[in-house]
Design a protein around this ligand. Sequence first.
Ligand SMILES: [Zn+2]
Length: 256
Amino acid sequence: MAKVVLDPGHGVETPGKRSFDGSLLEHEFNFDIAKRQKAVLERHGVEVVLTRLNEHDIPLAERVAIAKHYNADIFVSDHADAYGSTWNSANGYTVYTYTRIDAATTRLAQCVDSAMSEVGSIRNRGIKQADFYVLRNTPMPAILIEHGFYTNKVEGPKLKDTNVRQALAVAGAKGILQYFGIQYKGKEEDTLKAVVTYAGDGDVFAAVLVAQKMHCPLMSVNDFKTSGIKAERVIQIGGKPGSDRFSSFKDAANLI
Ligand SMILES: [Zn+2]
């Protein structure tokens, strides 16, 4: 069985590592991406170990030790990129390898880079080499994915978008599957994890709160029905017989 260690970079204690307005926390993004990749890989029979299971930081040496302990076939570190000290135009995703690599690592980077180039919403900066600790010290093929820049006013919101995150994570997982010669099955791109729908205008405020809390898209019941979008979970606010905006708000409060 193929074994992958996914490494969601940083933790809540790591200084910086957030957008200038504080609305994107890199540790949260990295963890979310890794969990989405994990779900896709496990569905294809790949064994996945994460280097952290909560928001707390894990020392780099320990991340490497986990990969060694589990004798992982490959190591993939998930990050989002930052540049400069004010909003700027740096943009795109990058797949990094260590500066001296073997053929297997080159192939892993190529598989992931080309799968991610199909996402389209984030520009491909290509495969680059860097002397990162987790790449230098892992004995197995290892890559580090910078999924785009949260120091960019256009790209930052994309990295917060659930659909973009899902697309990026599915693409990364597809590349990993391709590396192992496993055929990708399914269409996660078409299925949202969750969507919040609202019945009437009076339910919108409550629905917005729930959607923000659950980090999922929001649309009216009718728009959702006609959109053809599929979701694993539909959270409807309002619309029950005899309900009003106050009961909707109470229902919403129970969800957040
Ligand atoms: Zn990072």
